[in-house]
Design a protein around this ligand. Sequence first.
Ligand code: SF4
Length: 431
Amino acid sequence: MNEAHLPEVAPPSATLAARSARSLMEGQSFCVLPWVHCHVNTQGGVRACCISPVELGNLRRETLSQIWRGDAMHRFRAQHLSGQPVAACRRCYVEEAAGNRSLRQIANQEYGGRAADWVDGSDAEGRSPLSRPIDYDIRFSNVCNLKCRSCGHAFSSSWFTDAKEIWGITAGPKAIIRAFDSSDEFWGAFDGFVDDVQKITFAGGEPLLNDQHYEVLAALRARGKLDVFIYYLTNFTVLDHGGVDVTTLWRDFSNLHVQASLDGTGARGELLRHGQSWPVILDNRERLRRQCPGVKFRVSCTVGALNAWHLPDLHRELIETGFIDPDQLEVNILHEPSHLGAQILPAAFKQHVAARIDDHIAWLQRFGARAGTAPEALQAVIVELRSFAQYMLAADQSSRLRHFRRFCELLDERRGENTAAVFPEVASLLS
Ligand code: SF4
């Protein structure tokens, strides 16, 4: 589906057709997440997912149950039941039109079986028989020890001063932004959620620096809910907090996944994620392997203009040093801020990057037949590498190169860094 040919978005009042969950989930617009999931941002806002722009309620004013059974949530579900594209979900439709797998498609596949009865049992106004979500993504705060180039104050308290000095704009008046002022406030809003939870994502800020996240782990352990699917999006720099070694807590869980956000190796990684120490990352990997062999580990690499050229080297180095298996990489395309995205690169540079990715894919294919590497999982990584190259080549944003240059200059000056020295391949774009 080409973006130019996206179907018209139906108004919320469109007549609801009596469609089955199965046919809806196989269609081109429906998403199951409003039946199973809630995303809580660092300001207490609740959304259907981490990319939806629509706030369905705020846990600073209402409880989770009130929001789950509230008018905004009902309306959102009713829009999805209509079988028509939903305006707020455009980002998923655009991903699909570009040939990529959207969050919507991933969720429908994951929950297609489990959630069918809840979708079929909903009325046309969007009232669901399920009293609470079973899948949570909770961003307790923006507290973070790093200030990554692709991030900002809304997601990192460490960005506060730089954002204030450079742009005079911050996401709030103080460095730290919290979804809940106290643990009592959190547990009051989330009363009973531990009973039903099947999956929980901890992101941030840096989740391993957050006290309330440790309280949730303790509550799950106390209830013996050790098979809950737990998923971390972490900068992987800190495995101890407040005298607690998190690996001693993780050991007991049977379905725990750690996704480390790493955008480069060595000095490249340290510049892109300011505050990171690459030797610490290597130590933490060893520690995790030793102390929690059952924890599933992956690397998520956010790829933009600065590290597009480096991406194949990063992946190859991580494989050859045994840091990950070939299929343990996720390629996260940097869309925002747009002046850091790979679409700003000049055409000739893009061709060079695309050729490097092709060579890397050819090198990766050899792992397809090897024990320890699942062919489908490796294929998924290859698809993501190709999708990144396609995205990069799909549009010419080179007019934004001057913003890129200025941004690098400002950060280099403030942080005492030298982007051109660390990324010599982009040095000519910076002068
Ligand atoms: S369709 Fe996409 S944007 Fe909409 S709720 Fe589902 S995952 Fe989120």
